[in-house]
Design a protein around this ligand. Structure first.
Ligand code: EPU
Length: 426
């Protein structure tokens, strides 16, 4: 679908290097994926702008194509001609990416049937889909789990009052409920809904299609089902995780980076922690600049649902703490196994101790380059930042994870003055 998705598998970086310059934030992965799935809610053409050229978007494109849609791309614009010729999604695709489960909501809404493989666990945690399934059941669907598939049928899909676990305010469940509820009979109310900006962006797309939604961006979302939705044109919001990664990277390498085309108000939790660490931050309407010199301080971080500190920026932030003076404690409350990369950082010389769901980081450490392995997308980005902060050569393998979610990561680092050696293995 895209020509520009990077195919690099191993990256070599010789540090220390500072990130310096300006970089443009791409469209948001976590907003683009549900919006693409939402296109299935209509028969009309959907045009999406500012879609990031990343592997996960390609995978979602394949999932939609398998169901019957036609997709073409030009630059960062996707044109989707939706059609649903089957209601079963392919296991081969769903196992590559959990977000494929987002097709369940639109399939139920449109076809009153969905057969989607259970995504299974992944390296950052067990990540079940039980909340999604319970929500579909509350809306009148009969759900069977058979041969690794969720098979759901709803002759009358109706609205319901759905109370999500407030500890997580699950992003994916909020999305799947929205995607089913817009075409269900009557009113759906989601309590403890995720408040993430990506959900607000998705709701704005659905409203352009004709959906009736109120309360997005708050913890109570109301949806009044409608009979039919139409096509529309929409711009995907910018990627706050990518923007945050570059800002943290500027701090960890004691550099100066301006991220343009971003939405500073979605980055408040990260900006505040960077300031507490001693990083100097400036922001405008659609840009943020981070600059760090000399010693920074250790700070404590607890990940939490939006507007709390995002779990997806926890790994890069730990790299910053490794380079900072004093103790920093980072508690992960969202995913149950998102610390694998910390063992790789220890191999580079970091002083990190794991205590239950927290990492205790004693800095500053003189990081030394080493061969390390990226276990997932955000871990991969964090290890590259660690390689930039370290003395000597690091070889980061399994970096294909990075291309799942960061558009042209090595090119953007080159724009920030850092040439990496990239290798595509046969
Ligand atoms: N959970 C359940 N049961 C469910 C659903 C979730 O127990 O049915 C648990 C999860 O296991 C997790 C917690 O609830 O412990 C929160 O999960 P949530 O549903 O909010 O996460 P998600 O929708 O699967 C999205 C992002 C993740 C991000 C989380 C949290 C997308 C495509 N993925 O996942 O992004 O970490 O929200 O903000 O939007 C990433 O981009 O690197 C990434 C992992």
């Amino acid at each position: 679908m895209f020509n520009g998705v990077e195919k690099v598998e191993v990256i070599r970086v010789t540090g220390p290097k500072r990130l310096r310059g300006e970089v443009r934030a791409a469209g948001s992965k976590n907003a683009a994926l549900p919006t693409m799935a939402a296109a299935l809610l209509t028969d009309d053409q959907v045009v999406l702008h500012n879609v990031p050229e990343i592997k996960d978007v390609e995978t979602m494109g394949q999932v939609l194509s398998c169901l019957g849609a036609e997709i073409s791309s030009q630059g960062d614009t996707l044109v989707i001609q939706p059609a649903i010729r089957r209601v079963d999604a392919s296991y081969e695709l769903v196992k590559q990416m959990r977000a494929s489960f987002y097709v369940a909501g639109p399939l139920l809404g449109r076809m009153r049937r969905a057969e989607v493989p259970l995504p299974g666990g992944c390296v950052i945690g067990s990540r079940p889909v039980d909340f999604h399934i319970q929500a579909f059941q509350r809306m009148g669907a009969k759900v069977k789990l058979e041969h690794g598939y969720m098979k759901a049928k709803a002759s009358k899909l109706h609205g319901a009052r759905i109370y999500l676990d407030p500890r997580f305010s699950s992003v994916g469940t909020t999305i799947n409920i929205l995607l089913a509820a817009v075409l269900a009979l009557g009113e759906t109310v989601i309590e403890n809904a995720a408040r993430d900006p990506e959900i607000v962006n998705l709701a704005s797309f659905l409203k352009k299609m004709g959906a009736r939604i109120a309360g997005e961006g708050t913890s109570t979302i109301q949806v009044e089902g409608v009979k039919k939705l139409s096509g529309c044109e929409h711009t995907v919001m910018s990627d706050r995780m990518e923007a945050g990664t570059f800002l943290i990277g500027a701090a960890a390498t004691r550099g100066r980076v301006t991220v343009s085309h971003c939405e500073p108000e979605t980055l408040t939790a990260v900006i505040e922690k960077l300031e507490a660490a001693g990083v100097s931050l400036r922001r405008g309407k659609d840009w943020v600049r981070a600059e760090a010199k000399g010693e920074l301080n250790g700070v404590d971080v607890i990940t939490a649902p939006y507007p709390g500190f995002p779990t997806d920026l926890q790994p890069p932030f730990v790299v910053l703490l490794v380079t900072s003076q004093g103790v920093g404690v980072v508690e992960e409350t969202i995913h149950d196994s998102r610390f694998r990369y910390a063992d790789e950082l220890k191999r580079m010389g970091a002083n990190i101790k794991r205590v239950d769901n927290s990492l205790v980081i004693q800095g500053p450490c003189s990081l030394m380059g080493a061969p390390v392995e990226a276990s997932d997308l955000r871990a991969g980005a964090a290890l590259i930042l660690a390689g930039l902060a370290a003395e000597g050569e690091s070889e980061i393998s399994e970096v294909e994870h990075i291309h799942r979610g960061y558009e042209q990561f090595t090119h953007k680092l080159a724009e920030l003055g850092v040439e990496l050696q990239a290798e595509v293995c046969a």
